[in-house]
Unconditional design. Structure first.
Length: 232
């Protein structure tokens, strides 16, 4: 079954000078794969990511999560699903200053679950190892490089074993990180966690690292294919 499905979705938003609009789009996303949505500003790639992540609501159509339609859901229902089953990585890490690496990663546990402190610690250790930051658990996040902060943000997004991971503007993240290292982390995440990864980018430069590439322009799909992941 598809992890996520946008069915006959129409939506619009304006960010800066590049308005985005999607009109009657249907597109599904399988689990355990890295899907790359790419296209120029205004293509609809980031709008589609935000719709799939229930960060914005469509004007028409529906977002389906593992067979269940979210049409008609209120914000509390969307937030509950996002918090427990989705992970997000944005250009800005959005970490909490004044807390160390482990505390930042463990925050979702105490916000959305009734896990014991030991369960939270074990899950935090697991993702710290996954992103190669096991030795930095007690480090204040403001003392880390931007690349390391992005790794913390990724670990925080993965700590609850999400069904879907959303990565906005992957090409910008890659410029602030070691490209192959970041992409290898995502490939490893797909293998180890089995989640559906949906990432956006402005250009086609990263297509060869994706399991699936979706080229978008003016709110529609121009091309949809499987290039073969170089890091698989």
């Amino acid at each position: 079954m598809e992890s996520l499905l946008a069915r006959n979705v129409t939506a619009s938003r304006r960010t800066g000078s590049a308005p985005e609009r999607i009109e009657g789009l249907t597109l599904g996303f399988e689990p355990a794969a890295l899907h790359l949505l790419f296209g120029p500003p205004g293509s609809g790639r980031n709008l589609l990511l935000r719709l799939l992540g229930l960060l914005e609501r469509p004007e028409a159509g529906e977002i389906v999560v593992t067979g269940a339609s979210t049409q008609g859901w209120d914000e509390d229902q969307c937030a509950a699903l996002r918090d427990r089953h989705f992970g997000f990585v944005f250009e800005t890490p959005l970490l909490l200053p004044g807390f160390n690496v482990a505390e930042n990663i463990a925050m979702p546990f105490f916000k959305t679950t009734e896990a014991t402190p030991e369960e939270a610690r074990e899950a935090t250790r697991r993702v710290l190892t996954l992103v190669d930051l096991a030795d930095e658990a007690a480090t204040a996040v403001e003392d880390l490089s931007l690349e390391a902060q992005q790794r913390v943000a990724l670990a925080r997004a993965l700590v609850l074993r999400p069904q879907a991971l959303f990565v906005e503007n992957l090409d910008t993240l890659a410029r602030n990180s070691t490209l192959i290292g970041l992409l290898d982390l995502l490939a490893g995440t797909r293998r180890a966690e089995g989640c559906c990864i949906i990432a956006t980018a402005a250009s086609s430069d990263l297509v060869r690292f994706a399991d699936r590439a979706v080229q978008m322009a003016e709110g529609r799909v121009v091309r949809d294919w499987k290039p073969g992941n170089l890091l698989s």
